[in-house]
Design a binder for this molecule. Structure first.
Ligand code: HEM
Length: 123
């Protein structure tokens, strides 16, 4: 008998340290495969701890991909459990993104004033 996991248990594995995804009712541990994925790790991390069936099938993965998938199988999804909201491991919050922009603006402003100061003093 293979092990059965609830959505709740799977949702806890949503980081680069432990990254599980569900495809077609089966649970896969993709942690070690993240770096090797030809489509990049971000795309899998975005679905970490969640059902990735639709995205996986939309890409039209090859037989080779299905072979790799078989090796990553760790158990089955408890279909009676309820899906939970999972915070993706890879996404940057809008606040963090804004902070990045604000830092860039400060650096450009500082450079601008440095150049203006240099020109003003070398006339
Ligand atoms: C453990 C699960 C997965 C495995 C084993 C896997 C495996 C692979 C493999 C072997 C390829 C190379 C092309 C091919 O043979 O089909 C590939 C490409 C790709 N995969 Fe996955 N994949 C997985 C999950 C996903 C998921 C969840 C997505 C989400 C959308 C995804 C998106 C892509 C994309 C976009 C490419 C194309 C990369 C390119 O050619 O530029 N994969 N994957």
């Amino acid at each position: 008998m293979s092990k059965v996991y609830t959505y709740q248990e799977i949702a806890e594995h949503n980081t680069t340290e432990s990254c599980w995804i569900v495809i077609d009712g089966k649970v896969y541990d993709t942690t070690k495969f993240l770096d090797e994925h030809p489509g990049g790790d971000e795309i899998i991390l975005d679905l970490a701890g969640q059902d990735a069936t639709e995205s996986f099938e939309d890409i039209g993965h090859s037989d080779e991909a299905l072979k790799i998938l078989k090796k990553l199988y760790i158990g089955d999804l408890d279909k009676t459990s309820k899906p939970v909201e999972v915070v993706s491991a890879s996404s940057t919050t809008s606040e963090e993104a804004w902070q990045g922009n604000a830092n860039l603006v400060m650096i450009i402003a500082a450079l601008f004033f440095a150049v203006a100061y240099y020109i003003a003093n070398n006339k």
